[in-house]
Ligand binder design. Structure first.
Ligand code: CA
Length: 669
C-alpha cells in the first residue's frame, strides 16, 4: 500500500480555515448528474477529472509520476453548483497517478477532516488500491480486439454457467500452466495435467460450458498484489470491493500500470475465441470499508451518502459485511449502472452475477437491466435474491419474490436443497442421497424441474419463465458437491457417491432453467470439507487439483456428455412457462423416490419427438413400464447424444441414477 495513504488516511484533524468557510450549497437529495464523464476522461492532449463531492469545502488533485514518490503537483479543482468538482490537466498524462485531497467540514468521523482518496470511478490503480491511474485505454487493447464479439445466446437457458476463481483455476503446479494464478494463465492454450489430460482453457472448451463466471475480478482489498503468485501468504475470494471499475491487480503479471487492463482483455478475448462468454461476479451490496478506513472510498468523498443507516442512525448491516451500499440513492445507483455499462463496453464481458442482489433495490436492477441490454441484448444477468434487507421496505428490494418477470434470474435455493439436502455442513439428505424431496415434497420438486419457481424451504416463489431461475447443486459458498456427499452419505461406498454426484449434475443439466456448475465439480473437486474457504490459503483447499481429472475421467465425461445433450436438444431449454406446461408431462405412477417425465412432441423444435427423463433417487433398482421402443442416450454410466441401448416396454433404472431416452413413438408411460 502507498506510504502516503497511511500518513494521510483519515487524520480527522480540524481544518485551520474550515470553521470559517462558507457552507457549500447542497444539491437536493434526488440530485442526479446526467453526463457520463465522472472520473478521468483521457485524451493524448489533456485529461479531465471530475468527482461529485458536494459537501467538500475544497478538492485538489495530487498528481504523481509513479506509485510511490511524492506528488509532483497539487492543483485545486473547480466546483459547480451541484457539487461536481473538475480539473483539466493539459498534455499527455498517461502513466501518471492521482488522488483527490478533500477538505470536509464533516469528515467520515463527523468532525472536520482532510482526506486523501482514490477516484470512485477509477479505471486503474497502482498496486493494492494505492493511487488512481491515468492511462490510454486504447493502448490496453490486444491485437484483434476490435473484432472481438460477445458470446450471444438468445436466452438465459441456453447458457451453461461455470463458476471459477482465477487463482484456484491455475495456481496448482499440476495445471501445467506457466502463468499460474493469473488472468493470462487461465487462457494458456495446449496445457496438460501430468497424466496428459487437457487442463486450463482447453479443459473448458472440452467440457463444453458456454460461460465462465469469475469470482470478483474488480479491485479488492485483501492481500498484497506485489507478492509472487506462487508464494502468496494470503488468499481471497474478492468479496471486499474497493474500486469497482478497475480490474484486480493480484491476477495481473504486474500490479502497477495498465498491465491488468490489457491482461484481463486478453482473457476475455481468448475465451471469446473459444466461444466462451465471461460473467463477472459484482459485489455492489457492500464495500470493503467505510468511514476513514484505508480502503474506504465513498465515505471520504461524500460522507454518509453511499451507505444505509437504520432508524437510529447506525450503519445498516443486513449484508453481514459491516455496511450496505445505498443503491437506491440516485448517485449510488448511477455508479452501479455506469460501472455495468463500462465493463460491457470496455471489456466486452457477457453478463453479471450480483452478489446479495436482494440488498440492492429493484429500481436500480431494472435500470441495470435496461442499460446492459442496450449495449448487449444477450447479456445475462442474475444474482442472489435472498430476502435479507432490514431497513428498506422489502417490496423495494431485488429479491426472488420481486424479480418475477424482470428477465433477471435468481439462484434457486429450492432446487439446490431438494437435490442435495440443505446447504449446511450437516447430514441432511436430498433427492440424490435417497432423501426424497425434503422441501415441499415431489410436487414442489416438479415445479423446480419445470423452471417455475425458486425459494428455500417448502414455499415455491414463482418465476415468469425458466430464464429466471439459476439451477445449481454447488457453488463457492458452503461445501462443494463432493464434500457434501461425503458428509451426508458417509456410509455409502465411493462408487455410490459417484452415482449420486452424477445424478445431481444430471438434474441440474436436464431441468428447465439455467444450469450453473461450480468449477471442478466435474472431476469431484474436494475442499477437504472446508465449507467457507474465502480466505483459506491451504494449497489443498481452494486450488484445483488437476490430477483428479484423470482419476475421475468417467465423471468428467458424464458432465461433458450431459452438457452436449443439453446444448444439442432445445427441449431442455424451454423459454416460457406455457411451453413447459404444454411439453412437460410427469408420470403420476412413478415408484417412490423416482421422478419421471416426458418432453413431448418435438418440444421447442427438438429433433427428437418425445424425450423421457427418469431420476431414480432411491437405492433400489427400478423398472419403469413404458410404451414402445426407446433409444437410451444417458444412464447411470454414460451420457451424451449417442444411442447407448434400446429399451422396449420397460426401462431398467439403476439405483441413484438417471435415464434419458427418446422415441419416435407416442411416448406414453
Ligand atoms: Ca487488490
Amino acid at each position: 500500500m502507498a506510504k502516503n495513504r497511511i500518513l494521510w488516511g483519515i487524520l480527522g484533524f480540524a481544518l485551520v480555515h474550515g470553521a470559517t468557510a462558507a457552507p457549500a450549497s447542497l444539491p437536493p437529495a434526488d440530485y442526479r448528474y446526467p453526463a457520463d464523464d465522472l472520473g478521468a476522461v483521457y485524451t493524448p492532449q489533456a485529461t479531465t477529472l471530475k468527482v461529485w463531492a458536494p459537501t467538500a469545502d475544497t478538492v485538489a488533485v495530487e498528481l504523481f509520476s509513479d506509485p510511490t514518490n511524492a506528488a509532483v503537483a497539487t492543483t485545486p479543482m473547480t466546483r459547480d453548483a451541484s457539487g461536481i468538482w473538475s480539473l483539466t490537466l493539459p498534455g499527455n498524462q498517461a502513466g501518471n497517478y492521482y488522488l483527490y485531497q478533500l477538505a470536509l467540514p464533516q469528515g467520515p468521523g463527523g468532525t472536520p477532516a482532510r482526506v486523501e482518496v482514490n477516484d470512485p470511478y477509477a479505471h486503474g490503480t497502482s498496486a493494492n488500491s494505492g493511487r488512481t491511474l491515468i492511462y490510454d485505454p486504447a493502448l490496453t487493447n490486444p491485437t484483434g480486439w476490435d473484432q472481438d464479439q460477445y458470446v450471444s445466446l438468445p436466452h438465459n437457458v441456453d447458457a451453461v454457467l461455470y463458476e471459477v476463481h482465477v487463482r484456484d483455476f491455475s495456481i496448482n503446479p499440476n495445471a501445467g500452466i506457466r502463468e499460474r494464478g493469473k488472468y493470462s494463465g487461465m487462457v494458456e492454450a495446449g496445457t496438460k495435467t501430468p497424466q496428459g489430460e487437457a487442463s486450463g482453457l482447453d479443459h473448458l472448451a472440452e467440457l463444453g460450458i458456454t460461460h465462465v463466471h469469475l469470482l470478483p475480478v474488480n479491485d479488492y482489498a485483501g492481500g498484497d498484489e506485489r507478492q509472487p503468485a506462487e508464494a502468496y501468504t494470503w488468499y481471497g475470494w474478492g468479496y471486499d470491493p474497493v474500486l469497482y471499475a478497475s480490474p484486480e491487480g493480484s491476477y495481473a503479471s504486474e500490479a502497477d500500470g495498465s498491465v491488468r487492463q490489457r491482461e484481463f482483455k486478453q482473457l476475455v478475448q481468448a475465451l471469446h475465441q473459444r466461444h466462451i462468454g465471461v460473467v463477472l461476479d459484482v459485489v455492489f451490496n457492500h464495500t470493503a470499508e467505510t468511514g476513514g478506513g484505508l480502503f474506504s472510498i465513498f465515505d471520504k468523498v461524500y460522507p454518509g451518502y453511499y451507505y444505509r443507516t437504520d432508524a437510529a442512525g447506525h450503519p445498516a448491516n443486513a449484508t453481514g459485511c459491516g455496511n450496505e451500499f445505498a443503491s437506491e440513492r440516485p448517485m449510488a445507483r448511477k455508479l452501479v449502472v455506469d460501472t455495468i455499462q463500462y465493463w460491457l463496453r470496455e471489456y466486452h464481458v457477457d453478463g453479471f452475477r450480483f452478489d446479495l442482489m436482494g440488498i440492492l433495490d429493484r429500481a436500480t436492477m431494472l435500470e441495470v437491466y435496461r442499460a446492459a441490454k442496450r449495449i448487449n441484448p444477450n447479456a445475462i444477468l442474475y444474482g442472489e435474491g435472498w430476502d435479507m434487507e432490514q431497513v428498506l421496505p422489502r417490496q423495494m428490494m431485488m429479491t426472488q419474490a420481486n424479480l418475477r418477470g424482470t428477465g433477471v434470474a435468481a439462484f434457486n435455493d429450492g432446487i439446490r436443497d431438494n437435490i442435495k439436502g440443505d446447504a449446511g455442513n450437516g447430514p441432511a439428505r436430498g433427492f440424490v442421497q435417497g432423501g426424497g424431496a425434503p422441501y415441499g415434497g415431489l410436487a414442489r420438486f416438479w415445479l423446480n424441474l419445470k423452471g417455475q419457481g425458486t425459494g428455500r424451504g417448502d414455499r415455491n416463489i414463482p418465476v415468469a419463465s425458466p430464464n429466471e431461475t439459476i439451477n445449481y447443486d454447488s457453488v463457492h459458498d458452503d461445501l462443494c458437491l463432493w464434500d457434501k456427499l461425503q458428509v451426508s452419505a458417509p456410509d455409502a461406498p465411493e462408487s455410490t457417491r459417484i452415482r449420486m454426484d452424477k445424478l445431481a449434475a444430471g438434474i441440474v443439466l436436464t431441468a428447465q432453467g439455467v444450469p450453473f456448475l461450480q468449477g471442478g465439480d466435474e472431476f469431484l473437486r474436494s475442499k477437504q470439507l472446508v465449507s467457507n474457504s474465502y480466505n483459506n490459503n491451504d494449497p489443498r483447499v481452494n486450488p484445483f487439483d488437476w490430477s483428479l481429472k484423470a482419476a475421475h475421467r468417467d465423471v468428467f465425461d458424464y458432465y461433458r456428455g450431459l452438457i452436449a445433450l443439453r446444448k444439442s436438444h432445445p427441449a431442455f431449454r424451454l423459454t416460457s412457462r406455457a411451453a413447459v406446461d404444454q411439453a412437460m408431462v410427469f408420470a403420476t405412477n412413478a415408484p417412490e423416490k423416482v421422478v419421471a417425465y416426458v418432453l413431448r412432441n418435438h418440444a421447442n423444435g427438438d429433433s427428437w419427438r418425445n424425450i423421457l427423463v427418469i431420476y431414480n433417487g432411491s437405492g433400489a433398482a427400478r423398472n419403469m413400464a413404458v410404451s414402445g421402443e426407446w433409444q437410451v442416450v444417458a444412464n447411470g454410466e454414460r451420457a451424451g447424444v449417442e444411442e447407448l441401448e434400446t429399451a422396449k416396454d420397460h426401462l431398467p433404472v439403476e439405483p441413484f441414477s438417471l435415464i434419458v431416452a427418446h422415441t419416435e413413438g407416442d411416448g406414453h408411460f
